[in-house]
Design a protein around this ligand. Structure first.
Ligand code: CP
Length: 331
């Protein structure tokens, strides 16, 4: 594996290897193990053409915990705003000696273009491209679900997958790179997935995707999902009037207080609520639901650092999909 561009082309073995390595990484950053020397002398560039809080600081924390040097590059305030091309930006990064480029871009396919261009000989990690994919978000979501699934079954997570788990992904599927990356990865890991959305927020051709499609969140809750992933309504990608109305969306597709109580009434004690963030509280999720015991929102953020450490480590250390732990490799 030279790059991490999508979960659609991520094999089962590579997915398990990243999740298992992330388990090993999860102790790093705590009191006893502050840092690993694994990527000392390597340079990771965060190249962000779109806004980000979680993904950017998470990749930065991950690279630093592996002792890499980190350069943060935001298109705002750079020569990109003077019209500099992706090619010239990439060649500038190559001249600086970047070993890995973490790229977020508004254009679907920009990371693949960079990886296949020959402009730069660095590992490319997709941090979200247009409406296409967000593979490290999917990996951290799967990591969070796998831990939950293992706890429920009284087993360890290492080496396990999500066989038998039922996951509902709810909301603005049309514009969501998270929904796409999650779906491909969850299917690879053996989960059953239901996509829930208003008909106007589903993409063309969704009926050919490997999942069930529903227009009703209430009916989907009756099917007893083990995990419900609420998506952000991406108003910035909607170029025409938002339909349904905000009020109708919130009433029919929002995870509100009534639906939170409904999980208890249905006896769904162990169903968890995920959200990739940032959240529109009061639109796709109520504050009570977001802050409830079922919510894994902050756990997802913490897990994201471990997953991104694993991805950087496997791509840059030359360990490939080795099952050796990073601590063993650094020893
Ligand atoms: N989940 C996610 O990608 O969040 P950011 O936009 O804050 O990075």
């Amino acid at each position: 594996m030279k790059h991490l561009l999508s979960t659609l082309d991520l094999s089962y073995q590579d997915a398990i290897s990243i999740l298992d390595t992330a388990e090993a990484m999860s102790a790093v950053g705590e009191r006893e193990v502050k840092k690993l020397p694994a990527l000392r002398g390597r340079t990771v560039v965060n190249l962000f053409f779109e806004d980000s809080t979680r993904t950017r600081i998470s990749f930065e924390a991950a690279a630093k915990r592996l002792s890499a040097d980190v350069i943060n590059f935001s298109a705002k305030g750079s020569s990109v705003s003077k019209g500099e091309s992706l090619k010239d930006t990439a060649q500038t990064l190559a001249a600086i000696g970047a070993d890995a480029v973490v790229i977020r871009h508004g254009a679907s396919g920009a990371p693949a273009r960079l990886a296949g261009s020959g402009w730069i000989d660095a590992a490319v990690l997709n941090a979200g491209d247009g409406t296409h994919e967000h593979p490290t978000q999917a990996l951290l979501d799967a990591f969070t679900m796998r831990r939950h699934w293992a706890r429920l079954h009284g087993t360890g997570s290492q080496g396990t997958d999500l066989s038998g788990m039922h996951v509902a992904i709810v909301g603005d599927i049309l514009h969501s790179r998270v929904a796409r990356s999650d779906l491909w990865l969850l299917k690879t890991l053996g989960a059953d997935v239901t996509l829930v959305a208003p008909p106007t927020l589903l993409p063309f051709g969704v009926e050919t995707w490997p999942c069930t499609v529903s227009y009703s969140l209430d009916e989907t809750l009756e099917t007893r999902p083990d995990a419900v992933m609420m998506l952000r309504v991406q108003a910035e990608r909607m170029h025409s009037a938002f339909f349904p109305t905000v009020r109708e969306y919130s009433r029919r597709w929002g995870f509100d207080d009534v639906r939170l109580d409904r999980l208890d009434a249905l006896g769904l004690e162990d169903t968890i609520l995920l959200h990739p963030g940032p959240m529109n509280r009061g639109l796709e999720i109520s504050s009570r639901a977001a802050d409830s015991r079922r919510s894994t929102v902050l756990e997802q953020v913490s897990n994201g650092v471990s997953v991104r450490m694993a991805a950087l480590y496997l791509l840059l250390s030359g360990e490939g999909t080795s099952q050796r732990t990073p601590q063993e490799a650094s020893a």
